[in-house]
Design a protein around this ligand. Structure first.
Ligand code: MLT
Length: 277
């Protein structure tokens, strides 16, 4: 991990491999480690940048509200700090997908391809938004244990195996520990930021970069039905459903997730070659 000064804060990031830049943005309230398998595989052919977003992992915390626009600008600042001038392929999962959409709107010339994984374009309803503000207050009062308990069964489809007397997969325990170790101020700031994010639904028709829309077959948060509608609204999109995975497809079926990302990146390169761009 490398730490860089970006937009007045310190951002920790993985910067691994050589080649065209591929940026991986994590979900809430996790960090870059949810992409470990993809970092290992993709860095054989690409320069993989996988930051801990502001307030998470080893990155500095900003108190109050951290908006999705601020997180998108952090990514642009990070690319500057790493001297990556050429357009990058940007994949974001769930909250990372919200940031990827804002990055597309705010920094379109820096984008070569977009990956929207287990995410959504809609803004929050008033009810969801109010629940996020309540979560922010509660996590500051009590710490993240309640959040780990409520979120883990929604993030993974294999949680029920332990309830059925089986052994919980290691990545589930590791994710629980990660949430418990996350600074409540970082969680609260991002929850408030998500509560006020924009609705991108009316803008989807304006996305003209090649886009991968990827979802876990059993994702209960961004369902395959919703994700296929998202893909249908974007002109140059691929829709991929990852078998045997819930919301965090990168962890629950890393092989198929990496395979879909690699095939998509190869197709982007092929299309660029064909059009001479
Ligand atoms: C995530 O995985 O990043 C969250 O489910 C996003 C959200 O709460 O909307």
């Amino acid at each position: 991990m490398e730490k860089l000064a970006v937009n007045g804060s310190s951002l920790a990031t993985v910067d691994q491999g050589r080649g065209p830049a591929v940026v991986l943005l994590h979900a809430f309230p996790l960090d870059h480690t949810m992409w470990n398998a993809q970092i290992e595989a993709l860095s054989a052919h690409y320069r993989v940048i996988a930051p801990d977003l502001r307030g998470f992992g080893e990155s500095e915390v900003s108190e109050g509200t951290v908006t999705i626009a601020q997180l998108a600008d952090d990514v642009a600042g990070l690319l500057d700090a790493l001297e990556i001038g050429e357009p990058a392929a940007l994949f974001g999962l769930s909250m990372g997908g919200y940031v990827a959409l804002e990055f597309w709107r705010r920094h379109p010339t820096r984008l070569r391809a977009l990956g929207l994984c287990d995410t959504r374009a809609e803004a929050d309803s008033a009810e969801v938004s109010a629940a996020r503000l309540a979560t922010a207050d509660r996590v500051l009062r009590e710490g993240p244990r309640f959040l780990a308990e409520t979120m883990i069964p929604r993030l993974f489809c294999r949680v029920s195996e332990r309830t059925a007397g089986g052994v919980e997969p290691a990545y589930i325990g590791a994710t629980r520990e990660l949430i418990l170790a996350t600074d409540p101020r970082g969680i609260a700031a991002a929850a408030r930021g998500m509560a006020e994010r924009s609705d991108f639904t009316p803008l989807l028709g304006e996305i003209h970069v090649p886009t991968l829309v990827l979802t876990g077959e059993h994702d209960a948060i961004s369902t395959p039905a919703e994700m296929s509608q998202l893909a249908a609204a974007i002109a140059h999109s691929w829709f991929v459903e990852i078998a045997g995975a819930g919301h965090i497809a990168s962890l629950e079926n890393p092989v198929e997730t990496t395979g879909a990302m690699s095939a998509f990146l190869a197709s982007v390169k092929e299309a660029e070659r064909a059009t001479g761009s």
